[in-house]
Design a protein around this ligand. Structure first.
Ligand code: NAP
Length: 281
């Protein structure tokens, strides 16, 4: 896993393809959730994704990364309703406090809301100048939103676009991934297991994944993560509140699928036509 790093957009930071999500992690057994995040860190999943929206996830992450802050690529998000010029600064300070740290590695606009992109971007740039965030990006932006954002921000500023991407939801392959690759923006795949809809083992799709997994001595979830991160521009952030799950996910970072494997997955989980609007959770 450690030998499999790739550049995270224009940040200059190299990250493993698989990181760790934290939505609803505060609803699980707290000790197990913290152990899962730490196990993930031990295994190279240093990209930890959280958000002010995720209840008590930020304080839980603070506890998990205590004493290990320098190992972590820490990402949090501002809610659109807070993303005014001044509100973004206040929200960031609050997240820093809750995370018990002095900086975020990347700060994202959670989705596009009522405030002008120029206002949020100005706040992000102010936070960069103050050293409170090292980079910034967006989430749930379609290609049209990204084009607008690029006009406001200029090239080389947008670190990533975090978007819904799993085997049954491949909409971003149409326009979002090509746009991001053309502009050096990292793509972070959220809900890579479909949140809670991973194909059942006995379903036809589940059997396809199992047969590929068997060829590699891997698991169906590892096959899914390897498929989603098959392009070097894409990172995935599965959430695991169980250390055994975290270890399984981390090992996916070194799984290489063959052209035949990719073709079989493509057949079992067809991309489908481009939807009118970008799907999100
Ligand atoms: P997900 O990662 O697709 O799936 C999480 C579920 O998979 C949990 O029930 C988890 O169980 C289970 N799981 C994980 N690893 C497993 C394994 N190896 N074996 C069996 N079960 C496993 O769902 P998600 O939480 O929606 O998405 C991931 C992250 O993306 C979020 O946590 C969040 O950080 C981010 N996200 C961002 C947005 C956005 O708008 N930007 C939206 C949604 C999500 P356990 O917890 O019991 O291990």
């Amino acid at each position: 896993m450690h030998g499999n790093l790739r550049p995270f957009g224009p940040t200059g930071v190299q990250l493993a393809p698989i990181g760790q999500g934290t939505w609803y992690i505060d609803r699980s057994n707290r000790a197990a959730a913290i152990a899962a995040l730490r196990r993930g860190l031990d295994l190279g999943m240093t990209h930890i994704d959280t958000a002010e929206m995720y209840g008590d996830a930020e304080p839980l992450v603070a506890e998990a990364i205590a004493g290990r802050r320098d190992e972590v690529f820490l990402v949090s998000k501002v809610l659109p309703s807070n993303a005014s010029r001044s509100g973004t600064i206040v929200a960031c300070d609050r997240s820093l406090q809750r995370l018990k740290t002095d900086r975020l590695d990347c700060y994202l606009l959670h989705w596009r809301g009522q405030y002008r992109l120029a206002d949020t971007v100005a706040a992000f740039e102010q936070l960069v100048a103050a050293g409170k965030i090292l980079s910034w990006g967006v989430s749930n932006f379609d290609a049209g939103d990204l084009r607008e954002l690029l006009k406001v921000a200029g090239p080389g500023k947008i670190a990533c676009n975090q978007v819904l991407y799993h085997l049954r939801e491949r909409a971003i392959e149409h326009a979002v991934i090509p746009w991001c690759e053309a502009h050096g923006v990292a793509v972070t795949a959220y809900s890579p297991f479909g949140h809670d809809e991973f194909p059942a083992p006995r379903s036809a799709e589940g059997r396809v994944l199992q047969s590929i997994a068997d060829r590699h001595g891997a698991t169906p979830r590892q096959v899914a993560l390897a498929f989603l991160t098959r392009r070097p521009s894409v990172f995935a952030i599965p959430k695991a509140a169980d250390p055994v799950h975290a270890a399984e996910n981390a090992a996916a970072g070194s799984l290489r699928l063959s052209a035949d494997d990719l073709e079989a997955i493509d057949q079992a989980f067809p991309r489908g036509p481009e939807p009118a609007s970008l799907p999100m959770l």
